[in-house]
Ligand binder design. Structure first.
Ligand code: ADP
Ligand code: MG
Length: 318
């Protein structure tokens, strides 16, 4: 069966000479004028696939915009405008009041204007298109990683997958542990300011929406390079540290989706700048490995042995 990415490649990827960048990155780029480019991206959240049908509408409004803002962050774009397409099973004013409050709380924080959309009846389905500005030539593409670059991640990885596993009763967390990791799942923080700051620092950037290995894999493929990463260097929460099942932990950290942290590569000469940026933003930025000339990604466990996963990330069709 075709994977999600084979499908996009085969049926929807065509040459787009009038665009600066077409299908294949976190956002498309089009030239607006001599100085500016517009980054444009769309993301759909489907009830039963991306969230539970009875999900808290305020948090859903937040998350619908957050995942789009995260794509702007991954391009180094300043988000400006959003378009919201909604299909709703019924008109519930209580639901709409809370959903729109969650959406606008985040939109206002980032000064993003909702400039249009579409509303129809159907299964609950939320689609946000976002547009942001980038000075010409400054976008952070997946395709520009260089051999020798450090690989960095923001924040901590795997909490969204851990919280989801708890809700699905695949693991059991204490109430405190759950409360510390559930915001990553329901209320992720898009790293917009980090993306902007990385414009002059990083070679390539992606946001982690399908799992670290899958998303880093997109950088490696687009840049035609490989990577070596060190599992024990990957920052994790205390809730994750308290887990005992080693295989499951590896799965959550390396292949858990939905963290919406940034993974970026930067030359070693930028280390001090990145460390200062981390302090200034009060956001952990951690080097976890480096880009190599060989193809593929090797993950070293603490004992030096390579780690192999059954599934390296989320694919809607696998
Ligand atoms: P992200 O996880 O950053 O939102 P995706 O993995 O959803 O990106 O998509 C990968 C790339 O494929 C993006 O450039 C996206 O715009 C493009 N893409 C996805 N679905 C389609 C489609 N149906 N038609 C055209 N392009 C698509
Ligand atoms: Mg993305």
């Amino acid at each position: 069966m075709l994977t999600e990415f084979d499908l996009i490649q085969r049926y929807f990827t065509r040459s787009t000479p009038d665009a600066v960048l077409g299908v294949g990155d976190d956002a498309a780029l089009v030239r607006v004028n001599e100085h500016m480019e517009l980054a444009i991206s769309t993301d759909m959240l489907v009830s039963g696939t991306h969230f539970f049908a009875d999900a808290d509408p305020f948090l859903l409004g937040h998350k619908a915009l957050a995942v789009s803002l995260s794509d702007m962050a991954a391009m180094g774009a300043q988000p400006r405008w959003a378009i919201l397409a909604l299909s709703l099973p019924e008109v519930s004013e209580v639901w709409l009041e809370k959903f729109s409050a969650g959406f606008f709380a985040l939109a206002n924080e980032h000064r993003v204007g909702l400039i249009g959309g579409d509303t129809t009846r159907g299964q609950l389905n939320i689609c946000v298109t976002i547009m942001g500005e980038i000075p010409h030539g400054k976008a952070l593409r997946r395709s520009n990683a260089k051999v020798g670059d450090d690989i960095w991640v923001s924040g901590k990885l795997g909490d969204a997958a851990l919280a989801l596993a708890h809700l699905q009763e695949r693991v059991q967390l204490t109430a405190t542990e759950f409360s510390t990791c559930v915001p990553s799942l329901h209320q992720p923080t898009p790293r917009v300011l980090l993306g902007l700051a990385l414009r002059d620092i990083a070679h390539s950037t992606i946001d982690i929406s399908d799992g670290l290995l899958a998303d880093l894999g997109h950088i490696l493929k687009a840049s035609r390079v490989g990577a070596e990463i060190f599992f024990s260097a990957i920052p994790i929460s205390s809730a994750m540290q308290s887990m005992h099942d080693k295989k499951l932990i590896q799965q959550f950290i390396l292949a858990g989706g939905d963290d919406y942290e940034l993974c970026f590569t930067a030359p070693k000469t930028q280390r001090t700048k990145i460390e200062k940026l981390s302090l200034r933003m009060s956001l952990p930025l951690t080097p976890i490995g480096h880009i190599t000339a060989a193809s593929g990604c090797i993950v070293h466990a603490q004992n030096g042995q390579p780690i192999h996963l059954e599934k390296s990330g989320y694919d809607h069709f696998r």
